[in-house]
Design a protein around this ligand. Sequence first.
Ligand SMILES: C[S@@+](CC[C@H](N)C(=O)[O-])C[C@H]1O[C@@H](n2cnc3c(N)ncnc32)[C@H](O)[C@@H]1O
Length: 251
Amino acid sequence: MKRILLIGMGAGNPEHITVQAINALNQTDVFFILDKGYANDDLLRLRREMCERYISGDYRVVQVQDPQREENTQSYEAGIHDWHQQRAALFEQLIGDEVADGEVGAFLVWGDPTLYDSTLRILDRVLERGAQVFDYQVIPGITSVQALVAQHRIPLNRIGEPIQITTGRRLAQQAADEIQNVVVLLDAHCRFDALADSDLHIYWGAYLGTPDEILISGRLRDVSAEIMRVREGARRKKGWIMDTYLLRRPY
Ligand SMILES: C[S@@+](CC[C@H](N)C(=O)[O-])C[C@H]1O[C@@H](n2cnc3c(N)ncnc32)[C@H](O)[C@@H]1O
């Protein structure tokens, strides 16, 4: 039987890797690294460096271009569905061609494989297609959410209060008075700025866990413009940015 591991690598700090993940790295015969094309070589280099740092034996690396998501004119969901089908076909081919019976293949996943990452869903789809048979396991990783709150030295939840995790696209559909504690990922458009008239606080972090990390926090109305300016400057300088933030209503 082939075995596939989804290994959470943490969100940027090479020390944010678990002992379980290091053991999984050392059991792996072939690593699949998906080049998503949006963050130039930095994220790929970081993953390769983590393999070099933590693996003592031999291994193979197969790096492939991840299919780009095309805008679907019908709906966002239809676009995602088409994209996942293309990725399932690619994964099926990789597992078929590169993992022999009895071998272990692994996907190195940014942060944790269960948070806003489709690798797990795609593997389920590959199994449904029936051409490949394999066992698979998820190795959790430190998420960007955990890195954000740790770096700001704040608890993720306040006592007795819920915490919501969402995307920039969904935040844009929420009114300020509905927000109590919300963590936002995948926001390329600084959606927080539309809420800058509210009394919300923001804890913002970019390139968390890396040497380029930037942290800004304060009343949204005071720091929103600064975050957008700093974010745009950093994005231009490095060519890419990944940022996450927590919006919180003060007591
Ligand atoms: C596709 S999601 C992947 C999330 C990942 N699986 C995790 O556990 O954090 C990508 C988003 O995660 C957030 N992210 C990931 N790494 C980050 C980092 N080092 N600093 C800030 N945000 C990060 C950003 O919001 C980015 O748009």
